[in-house]
Write a new protein. Structure first.
Lengths: 117, 112
Protein backbone atom coordinates (compact mmCIF):
# COMPACT_ATOMS: atom_id res chain seq x y z
CA UNK A 1 0.00 0.00 0.00
CA UNK A 2 2.37 2.72 -1.27
CA UNK A 3 0.09 5.80 -1.15
CA UNK A 4 2.19 8.81 -2.17
CA UNK A 5 5.82 8.24 -3.10
CA UNK A 6 8.42 10.96 -3.65
CA UNK A 7 11.80 10.62 -5.31
CA UNK A 8 14.53 11.48 -4.58
CA UNK A 9 14.41 11.78 -0.79
CA UNK A 10 17.59 13.85 -0.58
CA UNK A 11 19.45 15.99 -3.11
CA UNK A 12 22.23 18.55 -3.00
CA UNK A 13 22.48 21.01 -5.89
CA UNK A 14 24.76 23.84 -6.83
CA UNK A 15 23.27 27.24 -7.61
CA UNK A 16 22.05 27.30 -11.19
CA UNK A 17 21.62 23.57 -11.59
CA UNK A 18 18.30 22.06 -12.54
CA UNK A 19 16.43 19.09 -11.16
CA UNK A 20 13.04 17.39 -11.07
CA UNK A 21 11.20 15.92 -8.11
CA UNK A 22 8.80 13.12 -8.91
CA UNK A 23 5.60 12.37 -7.04
CA UNK A 24 3.57 9.25 -7.70
CA UNK A 25 0.25 8.25 -6.12
CA UNK A 26 -1.62 5.00 -6.47
CA UNK A 27 -4.97 6.08 -5.02
CA UNK A 28 -6.47 7.35 -8.28
CA UNK A 29 -6.74 10.84 -6.81
CA UNK A 30 -7.64 13.73 -9.09
CA UNK A 31 -5.90 16.43 -7.08
CA UNK A 32 -2.19 16.68 -6.43
CA UNK A 33 -0.13 19.34 -4.69
CA UNK A 34 3.44 20.41 -4.11
CA UNK A 35 4.27 22.16 -0.83
CA UNK A 36 7.48 23.45 0.63
CA UNK A 37 8.13 23.39 4.36
CA UNK A 38 10.43 25.92 6.00
CA UNK A 39 11.02 26.41 9.73
CA UNK A 40 8.42 28.67 11.32
CA UNK A 41 6.46 29.03 8.09
CA UNK A 42 4.49 25.82 7.95
CA UNK A 43 3.58 24.39 4.58
CA UNK A 44 3.22 26.73 1.63
CA UNK A 45 1.57 25.63 -1.57
CA UNK A 46 3.81 25.91 -4.64
CA UNK A 47 1.63 24.48 -7.42
CA UNK A 48 -1.26 22.11 -7.65
CA UNK A 49 -3.23 20.14 -10.20
CA UNK A 50 -6.93 19.40 -10.39
CA UNK A 51 -6.55 16.63 -12.94
CA UNK A 52 -4.40 15.11 -15.66
CA UNK A 53 -3.04 17.77 -17.98
CA UNK A 54 -3.86 20.68 -15.66
CA UNK A 55 -1.71 22.75 -13.33
CA UNK A 56 -2.23 25.93 -11.33
CA UNK A 57 -0.13 28.28 -9.25
CA UNK A 58 -0.24 28.23 -5.51
CA UNK A 59 1.07 30.65 -2.93
CA UNK A 60 4.81 30.55 -3.83
CA UNK A 61 5.16 29.45 -7.48
CA UNK A 62 8.14 31.54 -8.59
CA UNK A 63 11.19 29.54 -9.65
CA UNK A 64 9.26 26.30 -10.04
CA UNK A 65 7.45 24.54 -12.87
CA UNK A 66 5.20 21.50 -12.77
CA UNK A 67 3.67 18.99 -15.10
CA UNK A 68 0.90 16.41 -14.80
CA UNK A 69 1.13 14.31 -17.93
CA UNK A 70 -0.29 11.23 -16.22
CA UNK A 71 -2.96 11.20 -13.52
CA UNK A 72 -0.76 9.33 -11.08
CA UNK A 73 2.35 11.52 -11.45
CA UNK A 74 3.07 15.13 -10.59
CA UNK A 75 6.52 16.53 -11.34
CA UNK A 76 8.11 19.58 -9.74
CA UNK A 77 11.00 21.18 -11.63
CA UNK A 78 13.61 23.71 -10.67
CA UNK A 79 15.17 25.16 -13.83
CA UNK A 80 17.90 27.18 -12.11
CA UNK A 81 18.19 26.36 -8.43
CA UNK A 82 18.83 29.12 -5.90
CA UNK A 83 19.84 28.89 -2.22
CA UNK A 84 16.40 30.27 -1.29
CA UNK A 85 14.95 27.02 -2.62
CA UNK A 86 16.68 24.99 0.06
CA UNK A 87 13.72 23.36 1.77
CA UNK A 88 11.81 20.18 2.40
CA UNK A 89 9.31 19.51 -0.36
CA UNK A 90 6.13 17.55 0.19
CA UNK A 91 3.80 16.12 -2.37
CA UNK A 92 0.20 15.44 -1.44
CA UNK A 93 -2.90 14.14 -3.14
CA UNK A 94 -6.62 14.21 -2.46
CA UNK A 95 -9.74 12.73 -4.00
CA UNK A 96 -11.41 16.12 -4.22
CA UNK A 97 -11.42 19.65 -2.91
CA UNK A 98 -13.39 20.39 0.22
CA UNK A 99 -17.07 19.69 -0.30
CA UNK A 100 -20.20 18.63 1.54
CA UNK A 101 -19.61 14.99 0.64
CA UNK A 102 -15.85 14.75 0.92
CA UNK A 103 -13.60 16.49 3.38
CA UNK A 104 -10.73 16.68 0.94
CA UNK A 105 -8.27 14.93 3.21
CA UNK A 106 -4.70 15.26 1.98
CA UNK A 107 -2.39 12.25 1.81
CA UNK A 108 1.28 13.17 2.02
CA UNK A 109 4.52 11.69 0.83
CA UNK A 110 7.50 11.45 3.16
CA UNK A 111 9.20 14.54 1.78
CA UNK A 112 12.26 15.40 -0.29
CA UNK A 113 15.03 17.39 1.35
CA UNK A 114 16.75 19.70 -1.12
CA UNK A 115 19.87 21.71 -0.37
CA UNK A 116 21.12 24.34 -2.80
CA UNK A 117 24.69 25.48 -2.22
CA UNK B 1 -7.69 36.90 3.56
CA UNK B 2 -7.71 33.40 4.92
CA UNK B 3 -5.22 32.79 7.71
CA UNK B 4 -4.38 30.21 10.33
CA UNK B 5 -2.47 31.05 13.49
CA UNK B 6 -0.73 28.64 15.80
CA UNK B 7 0.52 30.96 18.55
CA UNK B 8 2.97 28.51 20.12
CA UNK B 9 6.08 27.60 18.13
CA UNK B 10 7.36 25.18 20.78
CA UNK B 11 5.64 23.50 23.71
CA UNK B 12 7.27 21.22 26.28
CA UNK B 13 5.20 18.98 28.54
CA UNK B 14 6.06 16.19 30.92
CA UNK B 15 5.09 12.66 30.03
CA UNK B 16 1.68 11.92 31.51
CA UNK B 17 0.65 15.58 31.64
CA UNK B 18 -2.23 17.02 29.67
CA UNK B 19 -1.71 18.89 26.41
CA UNK B 20 -3.50 21.67 24.57
CA UNK B 21 -2.26 23.09 21.26
CA UNK B 22 -3.92 26.25 20.07
CA UNK B 23 -5.22 27.07 16.61
CA UNK B 24 -7.06 30.22 15.54
CA UNK B 25 -8.34 30.96 12.07
CA UNK B 26 -9.76 33.81 10.09
CA UNK B 27 -12.52 32.82 7.66
CA UNK B 28 -15.86 34.21 6.57
CA UNK B 29 -17.81 30.97 6.23
CA UNK B 30 -18.01 27.72 8.14
CA UNK B 31 -14.55 26.25 7.85
CA UNK B 32 -13.30 22.74 7.38
CA UNK B 33 -10.75 22.12 10.15
CA UNK B 34 -7.93 19.63 10.39
CA UNK B 35 -5.03 18.69 12.62
CA UNK B 36 -2.06 16.89 11.11
CA UNK B 37 0.99 15.44 12.86
CA UNK B 38 4.48 15.14 11.45
CA UNK B 39 6.91 12.80 13.15
CA UNK B 40 10.62 13.45 12.53
CA UNK B 41 11.60 12.56 8.97
CA UNK B 42 8.07 11.64 8.02
CA UNK B 43 5.23 13.10 6.02
CA UNK B 44 2.09 14.54 7.58
CA UNK B 45 -0.58 12.24 8.96
CA UNK B 46 -4.17 13.26 9.62
CA UNK B 47 -5.09 13.24 13.33
CA UNK B 48 -8.67 14.45 13.10
CA UNK B 49 -11.04 16.66 11.15
CA UNK B 50 -14.21 18.66 11.58
CA UNK B 51 -16.64 19.99 9.03
CA UNK B 52 -20.07 19.72 10.64
CA UNK B 53 -22.00 18.20 13.55
CA UNK B 54 -20.68 17.72 17.06
CA UNK B 55 -18.09 20.37 17.81
CA UNK B 56 -15.94 17.97 19.84
CA UNK B 57 -14.20 15.52 17.54
CA UNK B 58 -12.15 12.48 18.39
CA UNK B 59 -9.08 11.49 16.44
CA UNK B 60 -6.40 8.86 16.39
CA UNK B 61 -3.83 8.30 19.13
CA UNK B 62 -6.18 9.60 21.85
CA UNK B 63 -6.35 13.18 20.54
CA UNK B 64 -9.47 15.33 20.45
CA UNK B 65 -10.25 18.85 19.28
CA UNK B 66 -13.06 21.28 19.92
CA UNK B 67 -14.45 23.75 17.40
CA UNK B 68 -15.49 27.02 19.02
CA UNK B 69 -17.07 29.30 16.45
CA UNK B 70 -17.31 32.27 18.83
CA UNK B 71 -13.56 32.16 19.41
CA UNK B 72 -12.59 31.07 15.88
CA UNK B 73 -10.57 28.32 17.46
CA UNK B 74 -9.94 24.62 16.96
CA UNK B 75 -7.63 23.58 19.81
CA UNK B 76 -6.11 20.12 19.99
CA UNK B 77 -6.07 18.29 23.33
CA UNK B 78 -4.82 15.08 24.85
CA UNK B 79 -5.39 14.10 28.50
CA UNK B 80 -2.08 12.28 29.01
CA UNK B 81 0.91 12.75 26.73
CA UNK B 82 3.23 9.88 25.81
CA UNK B 83 6.87 10.25 24.76
CA UNK B 84 5.90 9.03 21.29
CA UNK B 85 3.69 12.12 20.84
CA UNK B 86 6.80 14.29 20.37
CA UNK B 87 6.34 15.69 16.87
CA UNK B 88 5.28 18.79 14.99
CA UNK B 89 1.56 19.51 14.81
CA UNK B 90 -0.13 21.50 12.08
CA UNK B 91 -3.57 23.02 12.08
CA UNK B 92 -5.14 23.43 8.64
CA UNK B 93 -8.29 25.22 7.57
CA UNK B 94 -10.23 25.39 4.35
CA UNK B 95 -13.48 26.47 2.81
CA UNK B 96 -15.99 24.66 0.63
CA UNK B 97 -14.60 24.07 -2.85
CA UNK B 98 -11.18 25.34 -1.94
CA UNK B 99 -7.79 24.20 -0.78
CA UNK B 100 -6.33 23.94 2.69
CA UNK B 101 -4.23 26.61 4.36
CA UNK B 102 -1.76 25.43 6.97
CA UNK B 103 -0.56 27.08 10.14
CA UNK B 104 3.14 27.45 10.91
CA UNK B 105 3.16 24.43 13.18
CA UNK B 106 3.82 23.74 16.87
CA UNK B 107 6.74 21.55 17.91
CA UNK B 108 5.89 19.38 20.90
CA UNK B 109 8.66 18.16 23.16
CA UNK B 110 7.92 15.57 25.84
CA UNK B 111 10.01 15.41 29.02
CA UNK B 112 10.43 12.07 30.72
Amino acid sequence: NAGVTQTPKFRVLKTGQSMTLLCAQDMNHEYMYWYRQDPGMGLRLIHYSVGEGTTAKGEVPDGYNVSRLKKQNFLLGLESAAPSQTSVYFCASSYSLLSSWNTGELFFGEGSRLTVL
Amino acid sequence: AQSVTQPDIHITVSEGASLELRCNYSYGATPYLFWYVQSPGQGLQLLLKYFSGDTLVQGIKGFEAEFKRSQSSFNLRKPSVHWSDAAEYFCAVGEYGNKLVFGAGTILRVKS
